[in-house]
Design a protein around this ligand. Structure first.
Ligand code: AHR
Length: 511
């Protein structure tokens, strides 16, 4: 069999929300401190403490939104710690991540400042696990109300006269584990209570996101849809692509799940792996399709009009930390394997953009599947960054209808589709096709017919690939893996014959 794609250039399905290309930054390891934020006194070029090179790099990939302050940190974060003069902000212990001292120099004002510099929508996650209803309610008031009150006067006193505009607001994070070890029913009730008092002030309208399930915890989705979906705009799924996990799941008789961490287990190396673990990651990335389809099927029963979105506000690869680094900092290198798996996941999100409104890869700088790694003043762009750069053409474009037949990539009797794809048309009328070939050994011949295309197609391409499965960028050699021009295709009328290299990501632009 061969790989075949048939695109209908005139059949638009849905708009691919640019928020699918969103990011996540937690007070974890070196993501915020010694990552985004180096402080005003740093020798590293910065604007009000934010690293200029990071801002510029993220603007190039059109970062649409940034989720903050966690993650598990969010359910231990007390926003009043992070406002006012920096020298009087309290020191706290970041108990969840490495037990390091949190000096709170990066807080609410700094976060909005960062988002303004990035041109990104802020997405703030509130504290349900260890905070109070009043605390969350007043944070929203502090940020978004124009009225005169002791809370908003505090904002003015701290130098911000006008309220900020805040759309995306999360009501807790992973409340089935680090956010309070709740059962679905209990969280739904608590979420409704916290959510009620997180008011809309003036013209500001919150887009309310409930903490959703882990992986295949379908009971969580069912309960939230039944008991809380009428009060929120979205439910957030968390799914990490891994070949080894530390979390053990216990299934309770009522369908709820309990999670325990076994630190003697390994999540496997980010850089030292053979084909077994390459295949494992590709299979785990492909599983995103099943997860989204099944959570969506539950949501469809309660909400056939798709009013409530699914947001995947944590996703990406998760490996053992780099040897010699603090295990609580989750610092991992990033290889071609990360890039190809990201391409597969993003194609799936695009193809489900009727339900998936947002996704936030974890995490932007120096943590998990990062876009950017830093070491002192040095900075490198990871292979995953380059996938986001190639895929940015899909942001707010119309998803096009297509049919696909794929060969299998088989490893030890298990199989996944060799190719993955998504196709969109942008406002200027250009058609963009992104393809991933997950087979590390075999090129993929792809025949693509573009139906209903006006005129003779002009095609341009770029490719991300490398000789080794674990090829990566290092501070010494930061440009080992980066996109190259791609011309390994022929055009016959409206049919493209594409030769994709093994383990590659390809972008084709048809105009
Ligand atoms: O991204 C790292 C952690 O993974 C987040 O803090 C948490 O929400 C998830 O378990």
């Amino acid at each position: 069999m061969a790989n075949q794609i048939i695109v209908n250039a005139k059949t638009k399905k849905t708009k691919i929300s640019r928020m699918i290309y969103g990011h996540f930054a937690e007070h974890l390891g070196r993501c915020i401190y010694d990552g985004f934020y180096v402080g005003e006194d740093s020798d590293i070029p910065n604007v009000r403490g934010m690293r200029t090179d990071i801002i510029e790099a993220l603007k190039r990939i059109k970062i649409p939104c940034l989720r903050w302050p966690g993650g598990c940190f969010a359910d231990e974060y007390h926003w009043r710690d992070g406002i006012g003069p920096k020298e009087s902000r309290p020191y706290r212990i970041n108990t969840h991540w490495g037990g390091v001292v949190e000096n709170n120099h990066f807080g609410t004002h700094e976060f909005f400042d960062l988002c303004e510099m990035l041109g990104a929508e802020p997405y703030i996650c509130g504290n349900v696990g260890s905070g109070t209803v009043q605390e969350m309610s007043e944070w929203v008031e502090y940020m978004t109300s124009d009225a005169r009150s002791s809370v908003t006067d505090l904002r003015r006193k701290n130098g911000r006269e006008e309220p900020w505009r805040l759309k995306y607001f999360g009501i807790g994070n992973e409340n089935w584990n680090c956010g309070g070890r709740m059962r679905a029913e209990y969280y739904a009730d608590e979420m409704n209570r916290y959510n009620l008092y997180a008011r809309d002030y003036g013209e500001n309208r919150l887009y309310r996101i409930a903490a959703g399930p882990r992986n295949a915890n379908y009971k969580w989705t069912e309960v939230l849809m039944r008991d809380a979906s009428m009060y929120v705009d979205a439910i957030a799924l968390h799914y990490y692509t891994r070949v080894g996990d530390k979390i053990i799941t216990t299934h309770l008789p009522d369908g709820n799940e309990r999670y325990y961490s076994d630190d003697s287990r390994s999540r496997k190396s980010a850089t030292e792996f053979g084909e077994e673990d390459w295949f494992g990651i590709m299979k785990a990335a492909a599983y995103t399709e099943e997860l989204i389809a099944k959570h969506t099927a539950i949501m469809d029963r309660y909400d056939p009009d798709k009013r409530t979105a699914l947001v995947v506000d944590e996703w990406g690869t998760w490996f053992d930390n780099e040897p010699g680094t603090n295990p609580g900092f989750l610092y991992q290198q990033n290889t071609l394997r990360d890039a190809v798996s990201a391409a597969v996941s993003l194609n799936i999100f695009n193809n489900h953009s009727d339900r998936v409104h947002m996704a936030n890869i974890a995490q932007t700088v120096n943590v998990l599947q990062a876009m950017i790694l830093t070491e002192g003043e040095r900075m490198l762009l990871t292979p995953t960054y380059h996938v986001f750069d190639m895929y940015k053409v899909h942001q707010d474009a119309d998803l096009l209808d297509f049919a696909m037949l794929s060969d299998d990539y088989v490893w030890e009797g298990e199989r996944v589709h060799q190719i993955s794809a998504s196709v969109s048309r942008d406002a200027a009328g250009k058609l963009h096709m992104t393809l991933a070939n997950v087979n590390p050994d075999q090129a993929a011949e792809v025949t693509c017919h573009i139906g209903d295309f006006d005129g003779a197609p002009h095609v341009e391409g770029s490719v991300l690939t490398a000789a080794a499965m674990n090829a990566r960028n290092t501070f010494e050699q930061p440009e080992q893996v980066k996109p190259q021009a791609f011309a390994d295709f022929t055009v016959e009328g409206c049919t493209l014959h594409i030769q994709m290299p093994a383990k590659s990501v390809v972008l084709l632009t048809v105009s």
